[in-house]
Design a protein. Sequence first.
Length: 269
Amino acid sequence: MPPADLIETDLLDPRNAAEAGACPITRAVMLPFDELPRRTHELPSRSVPIRIAGPSEEAPRTLAWLHTHGWQAEISTAWQPADPHAPVPRYRLWRPAALVAAVCPHLTPGRALDLGCGSGRDGVYLAAAGWKVTGVDILPDALERAADRAVRYAGPSACISWVQADLNKAETADLVPPASLDLVLGVRFFSRVALAHCGRWLRPGGSLLWETFTAEHRMRHGRPAATRVLCSAELAALLPDFELFRSEEVWEGDSHTARVWAIRSVTAR
């Protein structure tokens, strides 16, 4: 099942904390207009429409800002006030990667490593569902956003940590002890060095979810570099100690990626 206490929504409440707290809106994420520029990592992708709750003057300003910066949005009158004394579930506008959302609800939570975690959407999604997560990225500003997302969305009991590291260096092998992980993620990320260590890190029967851009994506956009694109067959060939459970190439919005769900063989050395 998906995380019961981190619920997807499309409704944004742009009022300040005092106003929103005094009169909360059912199924809305409170994201004050004045904080939008530094909290864009909490928005969905630009292809996902956002509804703005419209009880204040902030709604048209928020609509204009979102449109200016490329998001689809509209002001909605179809919202309901919530009971200010009732427990408030955690809602999110942002989405985890489609591969993660499709597979992880079917896995038993354990220890997970999120490689190239960026601003932490997948790691926080997992932590909210009970996984113990380590997220790794080379960019300190991305890790700052990831830590902020965790504070706002993962919940006080979540177990999640962030590590700054270059995943193309040899010392990547020592990120975690051998056979200590139940899940490794590499979403819209590619490192041959890190991929080669996944069999060492995962326990037998552990899952690898990997998604990387393809040559077809590069032909349309001119990036990433040719050495960082693969088709699904090439990706699967780099995983000799894994049993391939799912392999596909898909367009999602304007991105074309190869996606693999592979399980570390119980007979692998």
